[in-house]
Design a protein. Structure first.
Length: 269
């Protein structure tokens, strides 16, 4: 499925954010992502492998994400829209299957999304640069040598994340008019971690709210470590940078963030 073509991803990319295809807790500023071929891995926090006399920067207090909070996407084809909704609800703890969503939205042909209660948590590039200006990299760590010592890989540091515990959907039929979803079917399939409410227009407008805020988008700098020094580079937001957890692990207490869980990592010994 070419999620890079859907309006939700496109809008986030235009604002410099990459989509987390399956939102979750635990994606934070200072996390390092490694790209090896087509596989993106979350490697851990940079402070785990970089020892510096300067304290690691602490993210600022969450701030409202202007322009994103409450912004409504354009209409999305129901096939793509329900897949996005299924992933979002899984991240919020809803645990609803795509077939169950298809049943609840059987009259829908188009879906529009609105992210609610969106917060941005970030560190400044200057504070990150100050932390990296002095110190040493743990090159004895085999994952460090595989990524930072490899010309065929790319490494990125997250410096800004978007979090939300709520999103709304508006559903339309073939003619473009609003149609009702089956609220009973939705509530029967969702678990207790996600609650639904309907808008003033009835069940054609539905808000899903989870128990905690999860990360659904992020910004990164690409970083290059050579000759004992770091070089940061801006990187354009795109679908290649999106990543998700394996659907079978999504309900685990601490799911691993991987694109391809069956892939083996080559370690240089």
């Amino acid at each position: 499925m070419a999620l890079c073509k859907d309006p939700v991803t496109q809008d986030l990319n235009k604002r410099g954010y990459n989509l987390v295809k399956l939102p979750r807790v635990g994606i934070e500023p200072l996390d390092v992502l490694g790209l090896d071929g087509e596989s993106m891995e979350k490697l851990g926090a940079i402070s785990e492998v970089w020892t510096s006399p300067i304290a690691a920067p602490v993210p600022g207090a969450p701030a409202a994400a202007a322009g994103i909070n409450g912004a409504k996407s354009s209409d999305i084809d129901v096939g793509i829209g329900l897949k996005l909704l299924s992933n979002a609800l899984a991240g919020l703890g809803g645990g609803i299957s795509l077939p169950s969503l298809t049943t609840a939205f059987k009259r829908a042909r188009k879906i529009a999304f609105t992210f609610e209660n969106v917060e941005s948590t970030s560190i400044s590039p200057f504070s990150l640069g100050k932390f990296l200006s002095q110190g040493t990299l743990d090159t004895a760590n085999p994952f460090v040598s595989q990524y930072f010592g490899n010309d065929e890989t790319q490494e990125f540091i997250i410096f800004d994340v978007l979090k939300s515990d709520s999103l709304s959907v508006t559903v339309k039929g073939e003619s473009g008019a609003s149609v009702d979803a089956d609220i009973g079917a939705l509530n029967g399939a969702l678990n207790a971690n996600v609650k639904t409410t309907v808008g003033t227009a009835g069940s054609s407008e539905i808000t899903f709210k989870g128990l905690t805020k999860v990360t659904f988008a992020f910004k990164v700098f690409q970083v290059i470590f050579a000759n004992g020094k770091w070089t940061p580079q801006g990187v354009e937001a795109n679908d290649r940078m999106s990543f998700a957890v394996d659907e079978d692990e999504a309900t685990a207490p601490n799911p691993a963030v991987v694109i391809n869980p069956s892939r083996l990592i080559k370690l240089k010994m």
